[in-house]
Design a protein around this ligand. Structure first.
Ligand SMILES: NC(=O)c1ccc[n+]([C@@H]2O[C@H](COP(=O)([O-])OP(=O)(O)OC[C@H]3O[C@@H](n4cnc5c(N)ncnc54)[C@H](O)[C@@H]3O)[C@@H](O)[C@H]2O)c1
Ligand SMILES: O=C(O)[C@H](O)COP(=O)(O)O
Length: 466
């Protein structure tokens, strides 16, 4: 019989957890990372140590906040940090070996990129939007995705309030004039916002927060959403986008990027708006058709616009918006009066970034260390209370599988030699996730337990924590 050390060694080779290249696992790239053991206990009785938190490699891109780095380092994870996003070829190289990746809105985790991830267990979007990740492919590959659903909502809402006043007072133009030495004191077509109507498209976390701030400043608020949503304050939900457009002096978009929201505001919608009204977009660049906006502004229909997001955004600071041929509208837009352009800074405040860092890093840590998927955006949400590390011979089984009949029968048959202390399972679409704490496990049996689970049909990923 093999000694525990020998078993540990063979596990390390087979599972490629030692950091050195391994070709012992002859599965496809998306399968090979799924087979992982993790030992959280430092107890000397558990001599078998195929995987510890110190083996976890995490790649952080796009200047994810230091609060997150500290949380990961406190866990003992190996952290590789970059201030920017990476070009696709570099990203593919880097993603091959890491167990977790943290990104913001720029990094595109497409199927093409994700299929190279051999060990990836979890993705953290340190922002609200998750449209930059192929969520379905990730789920089917057993990769959970987490985001921060509201930690930057207030920051975006405050920016939009600033933009409403700036547009109403043509403040951007006055400032540019003063910077070039021109004194141009005017009141024509400059307005108070008190008593004006703000039309909010998308009354979610940001839209509703904006509603409260706008009403506090004396605005009337109407909103349009595909869902019936309780109105805050005196705001009123309207039945159609057209009704909102025909009544609002300021229209602000706060919808996600979906196929339905692509060019949500285009030529016909600008035509339906009030003469001299204003457009604000701090949601996603695909939501407003910029060339159509330029036309509407040139025609004098729209009196001003504030854009924080664009269909093709530069990957890093210092890059020129104009050099991207896909942004052929850029010089036209910049030549217009009363247009505020900001570089996707809606959520970029110290408060928001620090809170997002804590929130997403905590979710990732819980998933890696405990398998807890509460709050995942693409994955069944399963959690059991923290693994009892003091309980001798207890193992947490994390088993991700295709959502088809008969799988639980097979799995519970495998687990039936042990005492199942707790078990929880849930499914989402085609993917299901089972978590079970089993006791009375002889550590020398773990290899066999693992191998049996790995050999089950419809398995996507297995992890054993002990
Ligand atoms: N500029 C920035 O820095 C920044 C920061 C944070 C978020 N965002 C963007 O803002 C978006 C909104 O954020 P949120 O937190 O308020 O999201 P949310 O999910 O809380 O709210 C979005 C709302 O839009 C509604 N909606 C969806 N499709 C719609 C449609 N076709 N028409 C009308 N309503 C529709 C939803 O029902 C929901 O109520 C995010 O998806 C993100 O892309 C940008
Ligand atoms: O989705 C978001 O939260 C915003 O678009 C902010 O993205 P960022 O973190 O890349 O600035």
């Amino acid at each position: 019989m093999s000694s525990p050390q020998q078993i540990a060694q063979s596990f390390q080779q087979a599972l490629n957890l030692s950091g050195s290249p391994s070709n012992a696992v002859s599965t496809s790239p998306t399968q090979s990372y799924l087979s992982q053991y993790m030992q959280l206990s430092k107890k000397p009785t558990k001599a078998l140590k195929p995987f510890s938190t110190g083996d976890i490699k995490i790649l952080l891109l796009e200047n994810v906040n230091v609060t997150a780095i500290n949380i990961f380092k406190n866990q003992g994870y190996q952290v590789e940090f970059y201030k920017t996003s990476l070009p696709e070829d570099e990203l593919i190289e880097k993603i091959k070996d890491v167990h977790a990746i943290g990104i913001r809105s720029k990094t595109k985790l497409t199927q093409n990129v994700l299929q190279h991830a051999r060990n990836l267990v979890v993705i953290g979007c340190f922002c609200i939007g998750t449209n930059q990740v192929d969520l379905e492919f990730a789920a089917k590959s057993g990769i959970a995705v987490f985001n921060s659903p509201f930690s930057n909502s207030r920051s975006v809402a405050e920016l939009v309030i600033a933009e409403i006043i700036t547009l109403a007072r043509q403040l951007g133009d006055r400032s540019i004039e003063m910077h070039t030495g021109t004194w141009n004191k005017v009141s024509a077509k400059c307005w108070e916002i008190r008593g004006k109507t703000l039309g909010i498209i998308g009354y979610g976390h940001i839209g509703s927060q904006l509603s409260v701030l706008a009403e506090a400043m004396g605005m009337n608020v109407i909103y349009y959403d595909i869902l019936m949503i309780m109105s805050l304050g005196n705001s009123k939900q309207v039945d159609s986008l057209d009704e909102l457009l025909s009544r609002a002096d300021f229209v602000s978009c706060h919808v996600p990027e979906t196929s339905e929201t692509k060019n949500l505001l285009s030529g016909p919608q600008f035509a339906a708006m009030k003469d001299g009204s204003y457009v604000i977009n701090a949601s996603r660049g695909t939501v407003v058709d910029i060339p159509a906006l330029v036309q509407a502004m040139k025609a004098g229909k729209i009196a001003g616009a504030a854009l924080d997001v664009y269909p093709h955004e530069p990957a890093k600071n210092g890059e020129d918006l104009f050099v991207n041929s896909l942004n052929s509208w850029a010089s036209d837009l910049c030549s217009l009066r009363n247009v505020i352009l900001s570089p996707h800074i809606g959520g970029s405040t110290e408060e928001a970034q620090s809170a997002i860092g804590v929130e997403v890093a905590s979710a990732l840590t819980k998933y890696v260390n405990e398998g807890n998927s509460s709050g995942a955006v693409n994955f069944p949400e399963v959690s059991l209370r923290a693994l009892d590390l003091d309980a001798e011979n207890t193992v947490r089984v994390l088993y991700i599988h295709q959502n088809v009949p008969g799988v639980l029968k097979t799995v519970n048959n495998i687990l039936s030699n042990h005492n199942i202390e707790k078990q929880y399972t849930d499914s989402r679409g085609d993917v299901a996730y089972l978590m079970a704490d089993i006791s009375d496990v002889d550590l020398t049996d773990i290899k066999s337990l693992y191998e049996q689970l790995e050999q089950t049909p419809y398995k996507i990923a297995t992890r054993l924590l002990y």
